[in-house]
Design a protein around this ligand. Sequence first.
Ligand code: URA
Length: 255
Amino acid sequence: MNSISDLDSDQFFKDIKSFIEYHKEYFTVSSATFTVSNKSKSIIFDNHNMYDMENKNKMNSEADESLDQRGLLMFLKDVNVNKCVKCKLSETRKNIVFGEGNPSSKLMFIGEAPGAEEDNTGRPFVGRAGQLLTKIIESINLKRDDVYIANIIKCRPPQNRNPYEEEIKQCSPFLKEQIKIIRPKIICTLGKFSTEFIIGTDKETISIVRGKEFNYDGITVIPTYHPSYLLRNPDAKRETWEDMKKIRDLYFKAT
Ligand code: URA
C-alpha cells in the first residue's frame, strides 16, 4: 500500500477539495492547512463557500471573485496570528486578541495592546477603557458592530506595561495585513503607540498631533487620546469629542 508521501500531492489536494465541495453544507467558518510531501495548501470555508488560499479564488465552480474580507481575516487569524510565537508575549498570553467588528467597515479604531480583560476573553477593548470606547463610538450614532477594532499588539504585555519596540516590529505586520483586508476609509488611532506607528512619527506627543489629519496608504487618519488616558483625564474628553465629530462627518460622507 502506498504511504501518503508516495502519493501525488496534487491529486491528493484535488481529492480533498472534491470531498469538501461535495460535503460543503457541513462546513461553516473554519480553515485548514494540508501538508503533503512538504507541499502545503490552505483552504478556508466561509458560509459554506470554499476558498483556495493559493490563488485566492473561490473554489466553488460558479464563483471566481476574490476572497471576501471576513474569510481573509479568519484565515489570517487562524493560520497566522493564533499560532504566533514570534515574541515572548506568546508565553504569557491566555488568548490572542486579534480584533473584531465589521470586516468591511469604513472606520477602524486602532489601540495599543490587550489588557487583562481582553486577554481573558480574546476580545479587544472590553475592559473599562473598552466600555468608554463603546460609548465614544455610540456618541456618533454608530454601534461597535459597525466599526472594526484592533490593536497593534495582539498579546497582553505583562502588568500592562508599554509594548517594546521589538514587539511592535514583530506584531505590526498582522495589523498592516488587517488594514489591507478591511480597507477602511478612516482610521482613528487611540493614543501614542498606534498613532506613532500609523503616522510614522515619534517626535510629537499625541496632544500635538490630535486635531490634525494624516494619511496612511490613502486612508484618512485621525489620532485621538487613548480611552485609558481619558479615564484618568476626563477633561480631555472634550477634545476627543471634537475628533469624533470630524470622524462622524467623514464617515457619513464616505461612500
Ligand atoms: N487598551 C488597548 O489599547 N487595547 C485593548 O484592547 C484594551 C485596552
